[in-house]
Design a protein. Structure first.
Length: 248
């Protein structure tokens, strides 16, 4: 509980100090609207990430970040998992099997992603608005396709690569339980294979196999193909625009 209030107070202080610094910078430099939004997004993203890891306390004393379930500690803390990026502090209590784990700093993670989104959009507008021999929609595609691929990796593939063996086993069981509430007599998971490139998480059952990362891998492939197509089109347009016209 002390960590929760400390994080809130520190965030409020940094937000106030950052706002004053931003207003001074905007008044003195008079930047463009896109540049202002880029600075705002960057500041919010940094503040959100710092809050999501409780300003480093999650790495040094994660138990303090989780606090206590109740005043009389009816549900003791079992373990804590801390992921640096995407930032995630997960507290597992004795009742987490029924109600799920808690994420005390999840608000900071959402703030970080919101700031990152604003920053990406502002930078994209700045880059697309610059003069270039390639058309704007081609440059937009070349910029956004790798960003989409990075988002797929960070939100879908990255967390799967960080799962423990027990968590992987639970994921394989969950994949064969459709819907999850369905009660089956036995699900025999014989082997679990995980590869980074190409990304895959293959569960081997007694009667079949299933790759749980097929949608994410397909999305990555689509983003890669789109980037190659847009980048090739941009280079082609730039080359054609640089050629001298006949008769000149």
């Amino acid at each position: 509980m002390l960590a929760f209030y400390a994080v809130s107070l520190i965030s409020l202080f940094l937000f106030t100090a950052g706002s004053v610094a931003y207003l001074l910078w905007a008044a003195l430099r008079r930047p463009s609207r896109q540049a202002r939004w880029a600075v705002i997004g960057a500041g919010v993203a940094v503040l959100g990430y710092a809050g999501a890891v409780a300003y480093g306390l999650a790495f040094t004393d994660p138990v303090q970040v989780c606090g206590e379930k109740t005043l009389d500690n009816d549900f003791p803390l079992v373990r804590v998992r801390v992921d640096a990026f995407p930032p995630d502090v997960t507290c597992y209590w004795t009742d987490s099997g029924a109600y799920g784990p808690s994420h005390p700093t999840v608000l900071g993670t959402w703030v970080m992603w919101a700031g990152t989104g604003v920053l990406v959009v502002a930078l994209s507008v700045i880059l697309i608005g610059r003069r270039s021999r390639a058309s704007r929609w081609v440059r937009a595609g070349a910029i956004w396709s790798p960003m989409a691929a990075a988002m797929i990796w960070v939100t879908g593939i990255g967390p799967a690569m960080e799962l423990s063996r027990t968590e992987l086993y639970d994921e394989c069981l969950h994949a064969r339980t459709i819907p999850p509430e369905t009660k089956l007599i036995r699900i025999d998971v014989r082997d679990i294979e995980r590869t980074v490139f190409p990304p895959s998480l293959t569960c081997t059952y007694s009667d079949s196999k299933a790759d749980l990362l097929v949608p994410e891998r397909t999305g990555l492939l689509g983003c890669g193909v789109a980037f190659v197509a847009f980048a090739g089109t941009a280079l082609s347009q730039a080359a054609r625009a640089g050629r001298p016209r006949p008769g000149m």
